[in-house]
Each structure stands twice: as C-alpha cells, then as structure tokens.
Design a protein around this ligand. Structure first.
Ligand code: SF4
Length: 560
C-alpha cells in the first residue's frame, strides 16, 4: 500500500533537542497524515496531559500524495490534545507548505516540551535550529512571516506561525500557514503558544530520499479534470452554496434564533465573487477554488471568506454586508484565530448584549479576544466556558462551537455533530451532502448510523492520504484504490481504527456517551446514538474496549 516515507522528527523545545525515529512499520500500517499522527498522539501524549502543559505534543504530518503533482493534494494535517474540547483533534490546512515540508525528508514533526523564551524553530533536511525571537512577541501572523522572509529568505509558504491569539492561549487559536490558511479548529495555535513556539519553518531539497512511487494514471486524470471543471465552486469557493443552504433553512442566524437569514444574498457567493480580486489555489491544485478578495473603498484585502465564515461572522451575527465579513475574516487570519469558533463566540456576546448586526462592535470584540483584553479574556475561553456569564445557551458539542448546516433541520448531520470526536464540526462526517441532495431524507435519525460510520472512516482516510475535502468528485473510490494499491475496505479500516483511537484517548480523559450531546432535540436521538455505537462495535456508554486499541497500537514507538 502507498504510504508516506521518512522518519518522525521529535523536537523538544524545552531541551532544544531534535531526534529522528524510524516509523516505517507505523507508516505501512497507517499511510500518513491524520491516521499516523493520531496513532502517535494516542501512544505518546499522556492520557492525563494538560493541553497547555509541556507534556502535550503537536504533530504536523504529510501523506504520500504530497509528493505528487495531483490536484487536491496541497494539504497538511495537524493533530494534538485540544484546549477547547479536551480531547484529541486533527485539523487540516491548504496552502503551499506541504511541498516544503516533504523537502525536509521527514513524514511527521512532533513538537513537545516548553521553551522558556519565544522561539522560531527551523527544520531543514540537514538538521534543526532554534532561534529566540523575543522581538516577535505579540506579532501578527503576517508580521511574523515578513520577519522570516527578511531574516531567512523564507516566504509564508515555508512557515507555520501563530498570532497574538496563540500566544495568549485563546482556546480556539489557529496555526496559520501562507498567512491565510488555517489549521483552524480545536485551538492547536494555543498549544504552540503554551510551548512558546511562534513559528516553525521548513526548507530542504531532499524529496528524492523519501520518494514514493505514485501511479501516473489517476493523478493525470484527476489533474486534467480539475483544470477543465466548470463547477461553481471554482468561481465562488464554498460560498457558492450560501443561498441554497439558506433556502433549505440550514443557515443558523442571530445566534441560532433563526434558521434562515433575510440578507443571505448580500453575503453569499455572488457578493463574494464581486469582490474577488484574482485566482487563488493550493500547491499543485488546478481546481484553484480559493478567493482572494478586495474592497477598494474600505481598503480591505483578504483571502476568503469561506462559507463557514459567511455564517459565523455574517448570518449568525445578523451582519448582512460582505465587506464586514471580509474584514472579520482578515482580522482572524492576522490575529491567528479559527473563524468559526471566533465568530460563534462573538455572536454569543452580541446575543447577550442585544447587538445583532453591529459589525463594528464585532470587530472590536474579536480584537479583544485575541489580546484577552477586558471581556475578551472571558470570551477567549470559548462559548462552553463563558455562555453562563453571557446569559445565552451553550451552542457547542464537546466545547466545540457549531459549524453551519443546521442539525435541527438536517437530523443526520445533527447526529454527526453529537458523536464526532472533535465536537460540533462538519468535516469529520459531512452527512449534510446526502441530506441536502435528498439522497438521504433529512428528517429523522434512525437507520443512518452505518452511513455516518462509513463517511467518518472515509474522511479520516481523506485526511490521511492527504486529499482535499473538495476533491471527492474527482478522487473517486476506484481512483483511491489505484493510487494506494489497496481495496477501498482496507482504506476504510484505517479510518475506523483512527476514529477508535481518538475515541479511546477521549474516553481515558473522561469523555463518554454523556458528551455525545446536542443543545437541541432531534427525533429518536438516544436510539440513534445506540445504533451508532453498535455500528462501531463500541459499548453503549460510548466507550471503546482497551484491548482493541492496545492491539492496534503495537507499531507505534513509545515516547519513553
Ligand atoms: S480544491 Fe481548493 S482548497 Fe482544495 S486543494 Fe484545491 S485550491 Fe486548495
């Protein structure tokens, strides 16, 4: 089976040491990306770790396809113990980092320990250097990139960096690459902040030493089809579906008071396309769905917003002006925060203050969160920890603020939010696609568990390969089998074992059925939960038997 090559590089930023460990057996078993990083995290992060403690570990990992020239592969995976959900999370970003990462000849970077001063870590194919950067304290993401460019000649495509939000341990701080692409969900930016790591750069010329043998036929076909596609998404990115989603009563509005937004057309795909400045892409991707936008009048320039930001800083806050959403998007990227969690948290604040539609206040609060100033200090904890003080309902699952695609209407999606190991997020299992299209009746939850399990397993493998979530129509099951030289069931099994490892880790931190909860009611929820556990072969209390995971962990090197 095709898999990533190259050792695990462990960088202890407290001890300032770098150690390489061969993980050939583990890669043969788990392929790369999310599956490999999750197996390492499960074995090497103590179950009782403090997310902000030196014992937490953050993993940046590649799959084998990052060595190809195929569209939809300009992606990287990041995994760690989340300060937001208190469980394992994996998160995925595009941009141009993946090829520079592969050039350092490693397959996984593991960051551990805690530095006593703010550091830049430089990873190259010939070693690791540690550079104290006290002058970057409080710097924004672009300021950090500019510094690396000026002092090391390395552009943002070589870097991951955190902004003030990460340094200030905002629980939903992101890790940014290429200035505008986010490892967004779950607060791994705050994990880097807790380790005093401002930035990591990647540079080398060693691709050949870790080369993988990728079959030519599917990669060429996928690339050609991506280049020739006339999908709306190529012009409007994910925002192209805003009005369709609104028409399906699935665009949460004014902090979940409503299901549809009367000004959706002013923040949707056409509004974004009008502000589109040029084409944007990730490395090697001919699909090029990214959206660099600009508004001359207000001097706003950003990349995006994506649909989820149109929801979180638009409809959910009652804001109906695309330039306001663009500005908020830029603020979050610059300060280093997940736009979904930040937007939902600001919406919760606006709900408590009866200030829906006040975009200027929303921007002020966003800045305060990143700097933990005044009320921002409370909001930086996220909705689950601050909703009582704000006097609003807790719209989170496992501490994770909701993505759009309202589970009160799309009941299978609601079930998926409840059981997802990283909480109320749509990327672990997008039941929404089947429910929007009518392939699956959006009404009801019973009988959907098997589909949900397959989707979750598929998406793990997607994040393992690593393939962009938007490449599903092109990188089909047949092509996956040809690319990875394995049957589809084997690939799904890698997904199943990864979901199980995440679940087992979370169980050992005390999460179980009581945490697979929604803040609203959907039909037959308890029975559907039980169906899901049965489909996974788990206990009815939402836990996984130790023995299953211990057996699966035998190829993982211990941290001792
Ligand atoms: S489809 Fe879009 S997000 Fe995905 S890799 Fe290509 S340009 Fe990046």
């Amino acid at each position: 089976m095709l898999h990533a090559n190259g050792p695990l590089l462990t960088v202890d930023v407290g001890e300032r040491t770098a150690t390489e460990t061969s993980i050939e057996d583990l890669l043969a078993d788990t392929v790369g990306g999310r599956a490999t990083a999750t197996a390492l995290a499960h074995e090497r992060i103590p179950f009782d770790a403090d997310p902000f403690g030196p014992e937490n570990r953050a993993y940046l990992s590649t799959g084998p396809l990052q060595q190809s020239r195929m569209s939809f592969t300009g992606r990287m995976n990041m995994t760690g113990l989340s300060p937001l959900t208190d469980g394992l999370v994996s998160t995925n970003a595009g941009g141009y980092l993946s090829r520079n990462f592969v050039d350092t000849a490693i397959s996984v970077l593991e960051l551990t320990g805690k530095s006593d001063e703010l550091l830049a870590v430089h990873v190259t194919d010939s070693g690791v250097e540690f550079e104290p950067v006290p002058e970057l304290a409080g710097a924004t993401v672009p300021e950090t990139s500019d510094y690396m460019n000026e002092h090391h000649g390395l552009g943002p495509e070589h870097c991951i960096a955190i902004g003030p939000a990460g340094e200030n341990l905002v629980r939903f701080a992101s890790v940014m690459t290429f200035d505008s692409r986010a490892f967004g969900r779950g607060g791994l930016g705050a994990v880097l902040g807790s380790k005093n790591v401002k930035c990591v750069t990647f540079e080398g010329d060693a691709k050949a030493t870790v080369e993988v043998d990728i079959p030519n036929s599917p990669t060429t076909d996928v690339h050609r089809e991506a280049a020739q596609s006339d999908d709306l998404m190529r012009r409007q990115g994910t925002t192209g579906s805003t009005e369709f989603i609104n028409d399906n009563f699935s665009l949460p509005t004014r902090y979940f008071e409503d299901y549809e937004f009367e000004n959706a057309d002013r923040i949707g795909g056409d509004a974004v396309e009008e502000k589109k400045d040029k084409k944007g892409a990730c490395s090697a991707c001919a699909y090029a769905c990214k959206l660099p936008t600009r508004d001359e009048d207000r001097g706003v320039e950003t990349e995006g917003p994506e649909f989820e930001t149109v929801y979180s800083f638009g409809s959910l806050q009652g804001v109906g002006d695309i330039v306001d959403v663009m500005q908020a998007n830029d603020l979050c990227d610059t300060l280093g925060m997940d736009t979904i969690s930040a937007g939902v948290t600001v919406a919760a604040y606006l709900a408590g203050e009866d200030e829906f539609g006040n975009a200027e206040l929303a921007r002020e609060i966003t800045e305060r969160i990143a700097h933990r100033e005044g009320i921002g200090d409370l909001l930086a904890e996220g909705v689950a920890r601050c909703h009582d003080d704000l006097g609003v309902d807790d719209y989170t699952v496992k501490g994770m603020e909701f993505a759009a695609h309202d589970g009160r209407v799309l009941h299978g999606q609601g079930l998926s939010y409840a059981v997802a190991n990283r909480g109320a997020d749509h990327m672990y299992a997008g039941m929404l696609g089947l429910e929007y299209s009518g392939e699956l009746d959006p009404e009801g939850t019973l009988g959907k568990a098997e589909t949900l399990v397959t989707l979750e397993n598929h998406n793990v493998f997607r994040d393992t390969g690593i393939i962009c979530a938007f490449g599903g129509d092109y990188v089909t099951e047949d092509r996956l089998e040809a690319l990875f030289d394995a049957d589809y069931a084997t690939l799904l099994d890698i997904g199943a074992r990864t979901v199980e490892r995440e679940r087992h880790f979370n169980n050992r931190r005390g999460l179980d059925r009581d945490d697979d909860r929604l803040p609203y009611e959907i039909p037959d929820f308890e029975n559907a939960l039980t169906e899901y556990y049965d489909a996974r072969g788990w206990n009815h209390d939402g836990t996984v038997a130790d023995r299953a995971v211990v057996a699966a962990g035998s190829a993982v090197p211990s941290a001792d």
